[in-house]
Unconditional design. Structure first.
Length: 467
């Protein structure tokens, strides 16, 4: 079977933190109708996981106050699904238009058959991302190729929006653009960016009259940025100004700006066979060749999110989205000193393992009022809801509640400020209060903080509760 990576080596295809970067001309992105300042972010994505258990090619949404820690909406289920074409989407993009409303664009592809030719993209309109109307497919070209990862930007000089996408013409993949005023009828396609090698996944960002186009170089698998004083087609061709950014298999770059300060974030998406993992970097100057990797302790992506888009929103819009779609009824819990590891159960034993993995529901927990004390919490498994984490011989196991007072006490823990970082959380045993939940050789157990290695013990016993 030909993998996507192998296919793209010869035929080719293109994320994300804090702010306005997913809205191409972000520095001039219009505010909501009431002119309320942006104070949050919305992310759109589809989902995949390593063993394909999370495959869902509908539009998913998550919100964040800081652009680092995300709350999936609608229980991480889709809020909109295509009803034509392939009946699935990849690579969604959210653009706030000049009138303050939104348009959503996406690749018309259901699954991972990247050999398919498709000249269409999916589109929806939305006033506030609480409902979606006007679903349609728009044909972008007639070339015998794909139309991948569409994004849009406002070109003030033309008084029109440009729709960028990856397509193959001749012997390599390049970026093409169609111009539109209404996202229904589009101009003829034009070659927009062709640096002389295969590129994938264009994303645009504008700042103080300078325009930035980030992309994946398919020849070396790295992310690069080009810049131009113009938005005209081909103006970016010789404008690459960054060194290649890489961390594992990377594609789908997105550049976003913090709402309240001059700080930028670049996100990249892993590719198959490692699915559902995002990487992030930061810079204090979008115009500089300076991206530093974020540690996964600094951000928490939505579960199984792939090729996301981020747009800035107001605090009111974030509140309204949560009210409309709801926050998850479960949590995921990451380790302080192994922040790429999550608490999970495997064979009814509790441990920490590196994300992503399948079955992914093994890492989802309902933190319910403590079985022995409502001031504490108990960890109820999402995929085995009759089972809870309890300690037995100081090790944590997933067990069926037998109704006994001993089980209730063993399965109850009290949240405290993190022993290694008060902004995080530690869990003290209810019936062995001198002991805390910690990991040791990746296995969860109850231990006191030792006198010989207190710093390590405190780190092992510190966790972050997120989604």
């Amino acid at each position: 079977m030909v993998t996507r990576r192998q296919l793209l080596a010869t035929t080719v295809r293109s994320a994300v933190l804090l702010g306005a970067g997913a809205v191409a001309t972000s520095a001039a992105a219009p505010r909501a109708a009431a002119a309320e300042a942006y104070a949050g972010y919305v992310m759109g994505y589809f989902t995949e996981s390593p063993a394909a258990l999370a495959e869902n090619y509908g539009l998913h949404l998550a919100v964040s106050a800081d652009g680092l820690h995300w709350t999936p909406l609608n229980q991480n289920n889709p809020v909109a699904t295509p009803t034509a074409g392939t009946l699935g989407l990849r690579d969604p993009f959210i653009l706030r238009k000049q009138d303050g409303t939104f348009v959503i664009l996406a690749t018309d592809l259901n699954g991972k058959d990247f050999t398919q030719q498709n000249q269409y993209i999916h589109l929806w309109d939305s006033v506030d991302l609480r409902s979606f109307t006007g679903y349609r497919r728009v044909r972008m070209h007639s070339m015998p190729t794909h139309t991948w990862a569409p994004e849009a930007f406002w070109d003030a000089g033309r008084g029109q929006y440009g729709i960028l996408y990856s397509a193959r013409s001749g012997n390599r993949d390049s970026f093409f653009v169609n111009y539109t005023s209404d996202f229904r009828s589009v101009s003829a396609p034009q070659l927009y960016f062709d640096p002389g090698f295969n590129v994938l996944d264009a994303t645009m960002h504008s700042r103080n009259g300078v325009h930035y186009l980030y992309y994946k170089n398919m020849d070396d698998g790295r992310l690069y940025g080009a810049r131009s004083a113009s938005l005209a087609p081909r103006s970016f061709d010789n404008g690459t100004y960054t060194s290649g950014v890489v961390s594992g298999g990377i594609e789908a770059p997105i550049v976003v700006k913090a709402n309240d300060r001059d700080e930028w974030f670049l996100w990249g998406d892993s590719y198959s066979p490692v699915n559902g993992e995002l990487y992030a970097w930061r810079s204090g100057d979008i115009g500089a060749n300076s991206w530093s990797a974020l540690n996964k302790a600094q951000y928490t992506q939505p579960l199984n999110a792939k090729h996301p888009t981020i747009a800035p929103i107001t605090a009111t819009e974030r509140t309204n989205l949560l009210a409309r779609w709801g926050a998850p009824g479960w949590n995921r819990i990451k380790s302080y000193n192994f922040p790429d590891h999550l608490i999970r159960h495997a064979g009814y034993a509790a441990r920490i393992d590196p994300y992503p993995f399948d079955p992914y529901p093994d890492s989802q927990w309902r933190l319910v009022p403590g079985l022995a004390s409502s001031s504490g919490v108990s960890f109820q498994s999402v995929n085995f809801p009759d089972r809870y984490l309890r300690h037995a011989n100081y090790e944590l196991v997933l067990a069926v509640d037998d109704g006994s007072s001993l089980f209730a006490a063993d399965a109850t823990f009290h949240r405290t400020p993190g022993l290694a970082d008060a902004a995080w959380t530690s869990f003290r045993s209810h019936n062995l209060p001198e002991r805390h939940l910690r990991h040791a050789n990746y296995v969860l157990r109850l231990d006191p903080v030792s006198s010989t290695s207190p710093a390590l013990d405190r780190q092992d016993a510190t966790f972050h509760i997120g989604y």
